[in-house]
Every structure is written in C-alpha cells, then in structure tokens.
Design a binder for this molecule. Structure first.
Ligand code: 5RP
Length: 219
C-alpha cells in the first residue's frame, strides 16, 4: 500500500471515535482530507464543524458540512487531525501544512484529540521533520537568530503566508528529546506566534495506517 492508502485507512478507523452528534473539530492536510471525504456519508448527524484552515473549511463546505467559528461553540468533544511526526508519548510535530496555530487552538479546546497518520510518522525522537514555527513577519530575522542559538537551522518557507498573515520558519537539525521544554523555550521568543511542537497538548489517540491494518496507540 502506498502512503496515501495508509492515510485513508487511518482516516476510516477514526470514524469509530466520532460522537453521535454535536460539533466536530477538523484539522488540515492530506490525511484529514480523506477524513472529510468520509464524513460526507455521516454529516447529517452533526451540527457542523470547526476547522483549522481555510483549505479544510472549503472542503467541509463542499460536502455540505456547516463550519462554525470556534468562538460560537463551546469546548469540542473531539478533534481529528494529522501530524508530521509523533513519538510514542503522542507528542507531535505539526505544521507541515502551515496551519499549526489554529490546530493548536482547536486541539486545546477539545476533550479528545484523535491523530491520524500513516505509519512512517511514528518516530522515537522528534525532529527529523523540520520543525515549523509561525512568526510575525517583522520578527523573522530576530527569531531565526534565536533558533540558531537553540541549535537549529531555520529556513524561511518562502512564498508562504499562513491563514493568520504570518510567515513560517522550518527549523532543521533539531533533535527534540524534551518536547515540552523546547516548546516552552521557543514560545518565549518574542515574535513567535506558535511552535509546531504539540507537547503540552499531545494527541490522546494515534491511529496509524499500516500494511497489516490500522494500529491504535494510546499512551
Ligand atoms: C498541517 C499539519 C498536518 O496535520 C501535517 O502536515 C500532516 O499532513 P498530511 O496529513 O498531509 O501528512 O500539521 O499544518
């Protein structure tokens, strides 16, 4: 099976975690796109969704799912999203698609975070995937210098602006042995909007698509 088929398999397995009704939190990326497509069959059960990106909002609207502002709904029962990497504690790197800030907000406001991915995303130590950091544009160079001091090699994701109007630095060569510590340090840098480490709010369940069927990890 190719990676896309494994992503679809994980997305299918996540349907079992859906509540009977209410408002769903929906993330961003190619794995979530499969999940949104699958939601088309069950969308009538739900009032609607809160979405982590303009791209997912558009896709949700295409299947006829109403999309709400997070401010108009309370805490969510469930958030379903992908990841770029997960360790065995379900600390994640996210933001490959640039939606990390809204993803982190919705994950924080959700009772259960179900992460869906193909099996290649499970790693022992986070950091082989360049760590996305959303930055206020005027702080780009300053933040980059601070990230170098932390041992990383930041690369400006050129020609990319987030849904919030900011830029992304992708930090290479970070071996993230202590995700919560590094999340705190990077979030303290003036000009950083969000770092793509999900350590304070890890996933609650990780569903991996594998050659032998879906594998579920609950730490
Ligand atoms: C977007 C994300 C995505 O969840 C992450 O990049 C995984 O994407 P994909 O499902 O396409 O592999 O964090 O900001």
């Amino acid at each position: 099976m190719n990676a896309d088929e494994l992503k679809r398999q994980a997305a299918e397995a996540a349907l079992e975690y859906l509540p009977d009704s209410g408002v769903l939190g929906i993330g961003t990326g190619s794995t979530v796109n499969h999940f949104i497509d699958l939601l088309a069959d069950v969308k009538g059960r739900y009032e609607g969704a809160v979405s982590s990106s303009e791209a997912s909002t558009e896709r949700l609207k295409k299947i006829g799912m109403p999309v709400f502002d997070l401010n108009s709904v309370g805490d969510l029962e469930i958030y379903v999203d992908g990841a770029d990497e997960s360790n065995h504690y379900l600390h994640l790197i996210k933001g490959g698609g640039g939606a990390l800030t809204r993803e982190k907000i919705i994950a924080a406001a959700s009772k259960k975070f179900v992460c869906i991915a193909d099996e290649s995303k499970l790693v022992d130590i986070l950091g082989a995937f360049p760590l996305p950091v959303e930055v206020i544009p005027m702080a780009r160079s300053y933040v980059a210098r601070q990230l170098v001091k932390l041992g990383g090699t930041p690369v400006w994701r050129e020609n990319f602006i987030t849904d919030n109007g900011n830029i992304i630095l992708d930090v290479h060569n970070m071996e993230i042995a202590e995700p919560v510590k590094l999340e705190t340090e990077i979030n303290q840098i003036a000009g950083v909007v969000t770092v793509g480490i999900f350590g304070y709010r890890p996933a609650d369940v990780l569903i991996l698509g594998t050659e032998s069927g879906p594998r579920t990890i609950v730490p």
